[in-house]
Ligand binder design. Structure first.
Ligand code: ASP
Length: 594
């Protein structure tokens, strides 16, 4: 190596030895007679010292010609620093330079290569290789590396075999659009990139591999929502001869291993909740359980009680559901704050119509925004109903109540709950709350397309006890499907699979495939089921998201070395891009005007 040590390595114990370091110029401080250079590499920063009378004058000349990010090699003696820097591990020493080589000069970088940079997103992405020199981004990728390593440690320890599945395949239905690749050798025909290795991992079970996993790229051509990447990474897993309970235990083990090995956290057992309860208590199938603030129905579908109708308040009378949360200690919210909160829920992203509130005063009396219609007695009845539902209501609390169509109002109140959680400081990114959500519906009805869709994917098995409902009530068939939720984010999902040809064929038919279509697209899988397919099931974790959660970050962007922007572009290499007419000709694709 060109160096004897890294820039993060030297300590007082190395004093009076000679060392050679290589790295990038972070800063130069020139005091005339003394000049310091902070030299940086992946491992840290070491201070270089040039001193009048001690350092050869020509080295001063070199040092004064340096700019930020020049690549240097410096040799010298390690000495104890006069004024130490307790903030960095090498802060006790400096390198008294006796030789200095510029390995490569550098242009002035377009933004500061520092923890807090002045570079905007676009600029950072265009020069991502410079952005990656910054500590926070590098640390995020180091975390990702440890997560991948520890995943492999756990999976290998449980006898899982890592198998690579192909990338040029055909459609796997995970509910998104496929990215397609034209085939030159088969003009007019296209490969699809995998939305997941779903069918291949099931085939591996038929092959008898018994336990498979892969840390694998998946591709989904979705309309880009914030913080979605068209290509992303999954920890993809499948096991044979299992029931749901086995999968939950095995992968709870993975998550707990990762928390312990990567973050040193002893994670408690992962609690479980049914989909139905998650919707009832949080209005979401991925509730943030770092805080309670559960929903209470004053008039609803689960509860038969109706605490609101018949008092002349038309909004509640005509609503399918009236539902509330208790924001603890928020009774002091001023009129202005309430108006602002109402505006917040009325934003198009939330779509709420209005917000009713009831303040629980210190003396126990309750004042609401609908006092015209509801007596204090009524309001006290609401508070009592909250308490009966297990939600404590104390003086100083604020009940926030919304009404409307059940599905919509749950979603809106769920957003408000998260917002209140944030406002009350209950969503610390360094606190982790895990949850299994179980018993998802097998199917959901798409009003627009007027047909049933698989809620997870078409290979998911119905709960055996719900099989008869396939003939009578498709909407209430539950699936052997599960999601792992951490801090309100779905980090993993999977299911026990169908392994019987007839049931799989039936499923395709329910989903609107003709026999021919099902055969053309998934004949290979159904054929395989006739050659001794074992009962099997699995799960996949969103690896980028898992890493960002462990890193306490909102965005997955910095946990991916070279991410795409919100329009699906890589602005550094400028992709996607047009291809030559020659390539198009070879592919027998007609030129499109751009
Ligand atoms: N293939 C599924 C997905 O990508 C996961 C699974 O069912 O194992 O969501």
């Amino acid at each position: 190596m060109l160096r004897t040590h890294t820039c993060g390595e030297l300590r007082l114990t190395n004093a009076n030895t000679t060392a050679t370091l290589t790295g990038w110029v972070q800063t130069i401080r020139d005091k005339g007679g003394v000049l310091w250079i902070d030299l940086r590499d992946r491992y840290g920063i070491t201070q270089l010292l040039l001193e009048d009378g001690q350092t050869p004058p020509e080295l001063f000349a070199i040092a004064r010609s340096l700019g930020r990010e020049f690549v240097l090699k410096a040799t010298g003696t390690v000495i104890e620093r006069k004024s130490k820097n307790p903030n960095i591990p090498t802060g006790d020493i400096e390198l008294k330079v006796s030789a200095l080589d510029v390995l490569n000069p550098a242009k002035l970088p377009p933004f500061l290569i520092e923890d807090e940079t002045d570079g905007g997103d676009d600029l950072r992405m265009k020069y991502r290789y410079l952005d990656l020199r910054r500590n926070p981004v590098r640390r995020s990728l180091e975390l990702r590396h440890r997560m991948a390593q520890q995943t492999r440690v756990y999976m290998d320890g449980q006898d899982f075999i890592e198998v690579e599945t192909p990338v040029l395949i055909k459609s796997t239905p995970e509910g998104a659009r496929d990215f397609v690749v034209p085939s030159r050798m088969n003009p007019g025909e296209f490969y699809a990139l995998p939305q997941s290795p779903q069918t291949f991992k099931q085939l591996l079970m038929v092959s008898g591999f018994d336990r498979y996993y892969q840390i694998v790229k998946c591709f989904r051509d979705e309309d880009l929502r914030a913080d979605r990447q068209p290509e992303f990474t999954q920890i993809d897993c499948e096991m044979s001869f299992v029931e749901q309970e086995d999968i939950l235990n095995m992968f709870e083990g993975l998550i707990r291993h990762l928390f312990k090995a990567v973050k040193g956290i002893d994670m408690a057992e992962v609690p479980r909740m049914t989909y139905a309860d998650a919707m009832r208590l949080y209005g979401s199938d991925k509730p943030d359980t770092r805080f309670d603030m559960q929903f209470v129905e004053l008039k609803g579908t689960f509860d038969t009680v109706d605490m609101t109708s018949g008092k002349g308040f038309g909004v509640f009378d005509s609503a399918e559901m009236v539902i509330g949360i208790n924001a603890p200690g928020c009774a002091h919210y001023t009129r202005k704050q309430m108006d602002e909160l109402t505006d917040w829920i009325r934003r198009p992203q939330i779509g709420g119509k209005g917000l009713i509130y009831a303040r629980v005063n210190e003396d126990g009396s309750i004042k609401s925004s609908v006092d015209k219609f509801y007596s204090e007695e009524d309001l006290k009845g609401w508070a009592a109903h909250f308490r009966q539902a297990g939600v404590p209501v104390k003086p100083g609390d604020l009940l926030l109540i919304m009404s409307g169509d059940a599905a919509k109002v749950r979603k809106q109140l769920s957003e408000l709950r998260l917002e209140m959680g944030s406002r009350l400081g209950l969503r610390d990114p360094n606190v982790f709350s895990t949850l299994w959500v179980l018993d998802f519906p097998l199917l959901e009805y798409g009003e627009e397309d007027q047909r049933w869709f698989a809620m997870h994917h078409p290979f998911t098995s119905p709960k055996p006890e719900d099989l008869p409902l396939l003939d009578t009530d498709l909407g209430s068939v539950r699936a052997n499907a599960y999601d792992l939720v951490i801090n309100g984010t779905e980090v993993g999902g999977g299911s026990i699979r169908i392994f019987n040809r007839d049931l799989q064929a039936r499923m395709f038919s329910i989903l609107g495939f003709s026999d021919e279509e099902a055969k053309a697209q998934f004949g290979f899988l159904m054929d395989a089921f006739e050659f001794g397919a074992p009962p099997h099931g699995g799960i996949a974790f969103g690896f980028d998201r898992l890493c960002s959660l462990f890193g306490g970050a909102d965005s997955i962007r910095d946990f991916i070395a070279f991410p795409k922007n919100n329009s699906g572009r890589d602005v550094m290499i400028d992709s996607p891009s047009v291809i030559s007419d020659k390539q198009l000709d070879e592919l027998k694709i007609k030129t499109v005007e751009k």
